[in-house]
Design a protein. Sequence first.
Length: 152
Amino acid sequence: MKKIPLLVSVESIQINDYQQWLAFWLKYQEFYKVSISEETTLATWNRFFDNNEKVYCAIAKSSDKVLGFVHYLYHSSTWAINNFCYLEDLYVAPSARGLHVGKQLIEFVQEQARKQQCARLYWHTQETNLPGQKLYDWVAVKPGVIEYRMPL
């Protein structure tokens, strides 16, 4: 049975959305098998509301129920005059997957990046995130970049 796309509102997060966001943030960490400290979680939350930070969060809602979130940020690059927009985290409730909620969250970030006249919008995902890659292959191009990390 084919799922029908769900129209939701996508908007910048508000202070009173904390509890719903936190539940999704913890599920996101569980999905990626990571544990981000409470201190970092609170710092992240506070960055969304700090005008001196370029870190943002938007949520998808239906009838005041959060269905997913996206975190994104702007940064300078040696490859362009204008900033890049990095979509850092995207999570959609399992019950809302396949209903275009993730696509709508990405399109919200795309619109914000256009308003900021960014030179690029990009993101990463894990090789094992096959459902996410199905969406990403639909809405974007895969440039063939491989990421390396070094412990600090």
